[in-house]
Ligand binder design. Structure first.
Ligand code: FAD
Length: 145
C-alpha cells in the first residue's frame, strides 16, 4: 500500500458563503473518514489550499472528484509525495478560515513560508505550501489544547 499527501490550490466561486463551507466540511468529514483520508483545508482571499493524505488510489479518486466541483475553479496541483507519517492524522478534514483570525503569529508564519503577507497559495511552491499547512495545523492544535 502506498500512502501519499496531495496538495492543491484553487479559486473559490465568488459567491461562496460560510454555510457553503459548512456543507463542504460535513460531506468531507463523513466521506473522508470512510476512505481513511485525513487533511486540512484552508480558505482565504478567495482561494483554497487543501492537503489530502491517504491511500494513493483513494486520494486520487477524491482529488478528481473535487477538481470537478463547481464551487471552485483553476485547481492546481502543488505537490504529490509518498509519506510514511501523516501530518494531519487526527482530522478527517480540518477547515481553517484564514480571514477569521489573521494574528501577528499567523502573518509571520505565512511570510516565513511564502515570502508574502498575502494568503496566495496559487503562487506557493509545493514545499512552501506543505510547510505552511504543517505550521497552520500546529497553531490550530494549540488553540484546541
Ligand atoms: P454529489 O454530492 O453527487 O454531487 C454531484 C456534483 O455536484 C459534484 O460535481 C459535486 O461536486 C457538485 N455539488 C455537490 N454539492 C454541491 C453544492 N452544494 N453546490 C454546488 N455543487 C455541488 N469532498 C470530500 O469528500 N472530501 C473532501 O476533502 C472534500 N474537499 C473539498 C474541498 C473543496 C475546496 C471543495 C469545493 C469541495 C470538496 N469536497 C470534498 C466536495 C467534493 O467536491 C464533492 O462534492 C463530494 O465529494 C461529493 O461528491 P459526489 O461525486 O458524491 O457528488
Amino acid at each position: 500500500m502506498h500512502t501519499i499527501r496531495l496538495i492543491y490550490a484553487s479559486d473559490a466561486r465568488e459567491d461562496l458563503r460560510y454555510r457553503d463551507f459548512m456543507t463542504i466540511m460535513d460531506t468531507a468529514a463523513a466521506t473522508n473518514r470512510e476512505s481513511a483520508i485525513t487533511g486540512i483545508l484552508c480558505y482565504g482571499g478567495g482561494q483554497f489550499l487543501q492537503a489530502l493524505e491517504g491511500e494513493r488510489l483513494a486520494v486520487n479518486a477524491l482529488y478528481h472528484r473535487i477538481a470537478k466541483d463547481p464551487r471552485h475553479a483553476n485547481c492546481q496541483l502543488l505537490s504529490v509525495e509518498e509519506i510514511s507519517t501523516r501530518d494531519f492524522a487526527e482530522w478527517s478534514m480540518k477547515i481553517v478560515d484564514w480571514n477569521d483570525a489573521v494574528t501577528a503569529a499567523r502573518q509571520t508564519m505565512l511570510l516565513r513560508h511564502s515570502g508574502s503577507r498575502q494568503f496566495d497559495p496559487a503562487h506557493m511552491s509545493g514545499q512552501q505550501a506543505a510547510g505552511f499547512l504543517r505550521d497552520l495545523a500546529a497553531m490550530e492544535r494549540l488553540l484546541t489544547e
